[in-house]
Design a protein around this ligand. Structure first.
Ligand SMILES: [Zn+2]
Length: 195
């Protein structure tokens, strides 16, 4: 097989959920697609890499310094929902129930792989908590690491005199917001309780 094709397959295989067979099929489909698809795809990938970056405030993805959610004056700045990753934020946004702001940790505490508070944007979260913030909703997953992260954050946020709540169960144990349906997310948010 041509070297360039092999290199593309190898790159595609690095994506989550893509095995050798799927990567090969994708690479061949790109090659077989009408004229400009391959070039448009390559351009789309480099455009995303060059332009999209985390929001300086919340960690959501944006092409600007501050994302559309942080910059939206209709959102409630007194409420911050803490999530592990951007797909979780997207899932909550899709539910249409939440009108506050977010904070994306980009990970969870995990001593086994050396992920400490410095690696998960915890200090940035604590630094955002001014007098305007009434409540922080911890929406990390119910995995061991997600719970440990919630506990760590709760202790530090409470020290600043702010209410901390945890989303209600309904998201399966160890489950991820990213894959929950909109009703489940709405119920989990509405049923959050102070911890
Ligand atoms: Zn933002």
């Amino acid at each position: 097989m041509a070297g360039a094709l092999q290199r593309l397959i190898k790159l595609l295989r690095q994506l989550p959920g893509i095995g050798e067979k799927t990567a090969s099929r994708m690479a061949l489909a790109i090659l077989a697609a009408p004229d400009n698809y391959g070039r448009a795809l390559a351009h789309g990938v480099s455009e995303v890499v060059e332009r999209v970056h985390p929001c300086a405030r919340c960690g959501n993805l944006t092409e600007l310094e501050i994302c559309g959610i942080c910059g939206d004056s209709r959102r409630d700045p007194g409420l911050i929902c803490v999530v592990e990753k951007v797909p979780d934020l997207m899932a909550i946004e899709a539910s249409g129930e939440y009108q506050g702001l977010y904070h994306v940790l980009s990970g969870v505490l995990n001593p086994l792989n050396g992920t400490g508070p410095e690696q998960i944007r915890a200090a940035q979260l604590l630094g955002r908590l001014d007098s305007g913030v009434r409540e922080v909703i911890l929406a990390t997953s119910s995995s061991v690491e997600g719970e440990a992260t919630a506990l760590y954050l709760k202790q530090h946020i409470e020290a600043q005199g702010i209410t901390v709540s945890r989303i209600a169960s309904g998201i399966p144990v160890g489950g991820e917001l990213e894959y929950a349906d909109q009703n489940t997310i709405s119920r989990a948010l509405a049923g959050r309780r102070t911890i």
